[in-house]
Structures are given as structure tokens and as C-alpha cells.
Ligand binder design. Structure first.
Ligand SMILES: Nc1nc2c(ncn2[C@@H]2O[C@H](COP(=O)(O)OP(=O)(O)OP(=O)(O)O)[C@@H](O)[C@H]2O)c(=O)[nH]1
Ligand SMILES: [Mg+2]
Length: 452
């Protein structure tokens, strides 16, 4: 993985068929190999060249396809190395054939993420930016894509840099005091150190509070629909999804198993789960369904407790309400197209009236779901930090600084405080990739797709 002297090759477009497929080469021999593959030879850098490209099939037969090639000269490329991109027809066999021809000409098959790894190793991107490439590719909602794009453009790096500069400045003054112990004065006194550290810790806290929202955005959440049979859980599930995914009938006990679908609710990636109606039953299949529904509830971030407002609450409704009291929940009074005979639930939880039939109130319910999950924070302000690796390093840096501040307040010797500050800086360096072990790098780039 860390052999940057090779020339690597991979198909850069997704597996499957498409109008165009791209084969990418990077490394010292990229242009030479391109010249061998394209019948027209290599054109000037950054100029699209139309000619025919060599395709080598598994049996060793050579054919040609029409293609467009562009080459980029080091360091002005994605990886910082010589790069060549060949756009051919988007057929997997054909693209494999081009890769095979490149391998025969001396290239090596790229590992997942190796192009971006090289971009990092060559200083084209710092580590958060490289990680953001994978996030951007995987983003499932516009908000996720926005957060990844911000990180790609260096928002996180910039905020870390501000913190690091403040630390560097403080450390320099502490070290000056250490270097000139006999001057009769300190370059910085304990209270000034403590005050400066307070400000720095505040900046880290601001980033960390962002992180909770960031994780929500990045990983998405599970929302479970619960309630007794026939209140309209499956109808609500379908209404939120916008398709008739779950079976709806007027027979109580229709849904037997969990039905889960991903849905974008106001920018939040939600896994919505429809469950079997909760009631005591002797039917073994239904019993299993009810047991699964309880498990799903326990594992979810939010429960939508559905009631049928056209009827007064029943024994089964009460049981669901009591059983979800400890959980984050919204009460959904469904069938608002009928007269309200349900009354107040007396739970103190937020109640939203909807009709899964007419879709009345569904928009409000979507908003209520997001508000409940984000504690009213807007997901539209994209968080600067979304990645668990960054969060845990930032937390480490914070505790080192808190320790340093305590030492300063106790007027401890400068070298102790300096050691804590130094440690915090090291953690920040790990975030941006100034010092990161090979193992960590391998782990980060493993989750990339091949060709990226
Ligand atoms: N009037 C009215 N009827 C509804 C509404 N939502 C659902 N229904 C009806 O209520 C019945 C039950 O709907 P389902 O969605 O299957 O209910 P469920 O809670 O999933 O039921 P189980 O799967 O058996 O637990 C169906 O006949 C629906 O057409 C609504 O908003 N208004
Ligand atoms: Mg159902």
C-alpha cells in the first residue's frame, strides 16, 4: 500500500454499465503507459485527446475502443503524480480489458483509496480532506454531502489551525521562560496561561458540541413506529416514505415482521422501521413479531407512538404508552380525518395529529421528528466535525489542556504545563495527518472504493 514508486491503475467509475467508464493511472510511468495504450500516442497535458485505446481480453486477444484521454503532469493532478484518465464506453468487460492492457504495460492494480492516499502523501490534501472524499462519495443526504464538501474544502483544518496557532504561541512563551530562568521574571505568568487555556478549551468545546450533531448527520438514526394493531402504523410508514412499501389492511395484526426503509427526513438520513402491532396474542408468528418490535424500539433513537384518534385509548394503547415512557418519543394521533375521540394522553410528550390517509399533518410530523432528534438545532448549519476519529483526538487534546490549566492554576513549574500543551498539539497534528501511523492510515483508506 505504501509503495508510491509504482504506477497504479483502476477503473474509477462504479461497477456496472453506463454511458462512459473511466480508467485512471497514476505514477511515474502513467504517461508512458498511456502512450502505449492510445493508438494516437500521448497528447499535451490537460488536452482531451480522441483516439483508439487498446483493449486486452482475458484470452489475450487485442481489440480497440474509441476513447478520450487526458493526462495531468506532476504536481498538477489529483494525486500530485503524473496521472492519465481514459474515458471509454461504460462496459465492465471493456474497462477491465483496458486495465489488463495497462497491467501488461507495467502498471499495478490500485488498492482501495490508493489514489487519494497518494494525494495525501504528496501533500495535495491533508488527512481530513482525504477522509472527506470518502464521506462525499458515501453521502446519502444533501446535508451529509454539504458537510463532507465543507471538510473537503478545509473548514475543519482551518479551525484546528486556529487552535494550534494559539497553543504554539503559548508554548513559545512558556519555553522562553524555561530558557531564561534567571531573568527574574516570567515571559508568561500562571494566571495568563490559565486564561489563555480557558479560551482554547472553549474553542475545542464549540467544535465538540458540533460533533454530536455531526455524528447524527453522518451516521443517521433509526426511528421506530410503534402502537397497537390497526392504528395505522403501516399507513404512516408508507406516508413518510412516499410509497406503498408496507401492506395495509383493516385486519388487526397485518404486519408481522419488521419492515425497514431508508428515508431522507429534512436532510437527516433516517432508517424508518414499521413494526407488528403490540398486543398479547397466542399466535406464534404474531408473538415473534411483537417481540421483534420491542427489540427494535429499544435500539432506536426515537419512537413514534401511534394512536387511533377515532377511538378512545384502549388497554393495548396504554401498555404501549407505559412501555415507551423512558424512551425519546413523539405521540402521533393518526386518523385526524376522523373526529377526535382519543383525548389527551396525559404523558407530557409532544403530540402531532396526522392523517396517514389524507397526508394531513405529515409535513409537521417530519419537522417534529427532526426537532426531537436534534434538540431543535438546525441541520442546515453544517457541522465542521463529523468523524469519530477526529472527535476522539479532539477529546484527548481537550483533556491534556484541562490538565495543563489545572497545573497553571496551581502555579506548577512551566515544564509540566508545557508537556501538556505539547501533548495536545500532537493530538491536533494527528487529526490533520501531520503525524499519523501507517496502521491508522491503512484503516482510514481501507473504507474507500477502488479507483478513488
Ligand atoms: N380514516 C383513516 N383510516 C386510516 C388512516 N390510516 C390508516 N387507516 C386505516 O386503518 C387500517 C389499518 O391500517 P394499517 O396501516 O394496516 O395499521 P397498522 O397499525 O399497521 O396495523 P397492524 O399492522 O395490524 O398492526 C386500514 O384500514 C387503513 O386504511 C387514517 O389516517 N385515516
Ligand atoms: Mg401494519
Amino acid at each position: 500500500m505504501f509503495a508510491p514508486d509504482d504506477t497504479i491503475v483502476a477503473v474509477a467509475t462504479p461497477a456496472g454499465r453506463g454511458a462512459i467508464g473511466v480508467v485512471r493511472l497514476s505514477g511515474p510511468r502513467a504517461h508512458d503507459i498511456l502512450g502505449q495504450l492510445m493508438t494516437g500516442g500521448a497528447a499535451a497535458p490537460r488536452v482531451a485527446q480522441v483516439s483508439r485505446v487498446l483493449v486486452l481480453d482475458a484470452g489475450g486477444h487485442e481489440t480497440h475502443d474509441d476513447a478520450v484521454a487526458v493526462r495531468f503532469e506532476t504536481p498538477h493532478s489529483y494525486t500530485g503524480e503524473d496521472v492519465a484518465e481514459i474515458s471509454a464506453h461504460g462496459n465492465p468487460l471493456l474497462l477491465e480489458g483496458i486495465v489488463r492492457a495497462a497491467l501488461r504495460a507495467g502498471a499495478r492494480l490500485a488498492e482501495p483509496g490508493e489514489f487519494t492516499l497518494r494525494a495525501f502523501l504528496n501533500g495535495k490534501r491533508d488527512l481530513p480532506q482525504a477522509e472527506a472524499v470518502a464521506d462525499l462519495i458515501e453521502a446519502a443526504t444533501p446535508a451529509q454531502a454539504r458537510a463532507a464538501a465543507d471538510q473537503l474544502h478545509g473548514t475543519l483544518t482551518a479551525r484546528i489551525a486556529v487552535i494550534d496557532t494559539a497553543l504554539f504561541d503559548l508554548l513559545a512563551r512558556l519555553e522562553a521562560s524555561l530558557d531564561f530562568p534567571d531573568e527574574g521574571y516570567h515571559f508568561v505568568g500562571p494566571s495568563a496561561v490559565s486564561e489563555a487555556l480557558r479560551g482554547i478549551v472553549e474553542q475545542i468545546d464549540a467544535l465538540l458540541s458540533d460533533a454530536a450533531r455531526g455524528r447524527l448527520l453522518r451516521e443517521g438514526v433509526t426511528v421506530v413506529i410503534a402502537g397497537r394493531p390497526n392504528v395505522g402504523k403501516s399507513s404512516l410508514f408508507n406516508a413518510l416514505l412516499g410509497t406503498d412499501r408496507a401492506i395495509v389492511t383493516d385486519v388487526p395484526g397485518t404486519t408481522r415482521d419488521l419492515v425497514a426503509e431508508r428515508v431522507d427526513i429534512e436532510g437527516l438520513a433516517v432508517t424508518l422501521v414499521d413494526t407488528a402491532g403490540a398486543r398479547s396474542t397466542i399466535d406464534p408468528v404474531e408473538r415473534e413479531g411483537v417481540a421483534r418490535s420491542l427489540k427494535a424500539r429499544a435500539a432506536s433513537s426515537l419512537v413514534l407512538v401511534v394512536l387511533d384518534q377515532s377511538e378512545p385509548p384502549t388497554e393495548d394503547d396504554r401498555r404501549v404508552l407505559d412501555g415507551t415512557g423512558e424512551h425519546r418519543r413523539l405521540i402521533v394521533k393518526n386518523k385526524s380525518d376522523c373526529a377526535d375521540r382519543c383525548g389527551d394522553t396525559g404523558t407530557g410528550a409532544r403530540v402531532v395529529a396526522v392523517s396517514a390517509l389524507t397526508h394531513q399533518g405529515i409535513a409537521e410530523l417530519r419537522q417534529a421528528i427532526v426537532q426531537e432528534l436534534t434538540a431543535a438545532e438546525s441541520l442546515l448549519d453544517t457541522p465542521a466535525i463529523t468523524n469519530v476519529r477526529h472527535v476522539s483526538l479532539l477529546e484527548d487534546a481537550r483533556s491534556a489542556l484541562a490538565r495543563g490549566r489545572k497545573a497553571a492554576m496551581a502555579a506548577a513549574p512551566e515544564e509540566f504545563i508545557a508537556a501538556d500543551l505539547q501533548q495536545a498539539r500532537e493530538r491536533l497534528d494527528e487529526i490533520v495527518g501531520k503525524r499519523t501511523s501507517d496502521d491508522v492510515l491503512r484503516h482510514i483508506f481501507e473504507r474507500f472504493c477502488i479507483g478513488k
